[in-house]
Ligand binder design. Structure first.
Ligand SMILES: CCCCCCCCCCCCC/C=C/[C@@H](O)[C@H](COP(=O)(O)O)NC(=O)CCCCCCCCCCCCCCC
Length: 211
């Protein structure tokens, strides 16, 4: 896979992640995240503390997927069932399963909501829109609630280093601005659907606050 980012590949990954009966394939879900990491890396070193955390979480899930219980980790649904039935999840405080698939994926899931909110702002922004403001508004509405003060501060600093809207659109590698906006319009319902399916599954199983 080429190491330049393309929004199209993110879209394809999240599209492939949904099975016919609306289960979510972990393999493609993390492929989508991998693409987003390469986008972040192309923005510069200020973001490396963020991308390192994502890479680490992708790796945890990949290890489950390629491990001896890999067949239980094919979809988010099968993972939740397997880990809960076998008591492989720390439900109230971190203990013997600090890196369960369920809690690891929950972190990415929360970040997916940030992504959805941010991309929607980007899509509907005008030429004078500031990416740093779009990013931090989306962040405050989502992920920030789950982050301690110190992380929120560091994230705030990183946002200030974000390139402007024009550069952002160019780095997405999806043609001219009109085409990027169109592709965003196509991607967002998909991302929103993957998010909602996961959200409902986690809510049903009381997993939304995993430590
Ligand atoms: C494009 C600019 C990137 C801005 C990123 C904004 C999101 C801010 C996330 C800040 C994460 C800070 C790093 C630390 C995280 C962890 O403490 C924390 C908790 O983990 P733990 O319970 O294991 O300790 N981790 C998390 O919450 C997961 C964070 C995942 C962040 C994902 C950010 C994805 C950015 C993708 C950029 C794509 C831009 C759009 C291009 C089309």
């Amino acid at each position: 896979m080429a190491d330049t980012f393309s929004l199209q590949r993110v879209l394809e990954a999240f599209r492939s992640s949904m099975s016919e009966n609306k289960e979510v394939y972990i393999k493609y879900y993390i492929a989508g995240w991998q693409e987003l990491v390469s986008f972040m890396n192309s923005l510069g070193n200020v973001f490396s503390f963020i991308s390192k955390d994502v890479v680490n979480k992708i790796q945890i899930l990949e290890n489950f997927l390629s491990g001896e219980s890999g067949s239980y980790y094919v979809t988010i649904q099968s993972m939740v069932k397997y880990e809960l039935e076998n008591e492989l999840v720390d439900l109230t405080k971190r203990g013997s399963h600090p890196e369960s698939g369920c809690r690891t994926l929950l972190r990415l899931h929360r970040a997916l909501r940030w992504l959805e909110l941010f991309l929607e702002r980007l899509r509907t922004s005008t030429e004078d829109g500031k990416t740093s403001v779009m990013c931090s508004d989306a962040y405050n509405e989502s992920l920030a609630q789950h982050h301690p003060w110190l992380i929120r501060k560091a994230v705030g600093v990183a946002f200030c280093a974000l390139p402007g809207r024009d550069t952002f659109f160019d780095v997405m590698n999806a043609g001219d601005h009109t085409q990027v906006v169109a592709l965003l319009g196509e991607s967002l319902p998909l991302i929103a659907e993957v998010y909602q399916i996961t959200e409902d599954l986690y809510a049903k199983n009381h997993l939304l606050e995993l430590p």
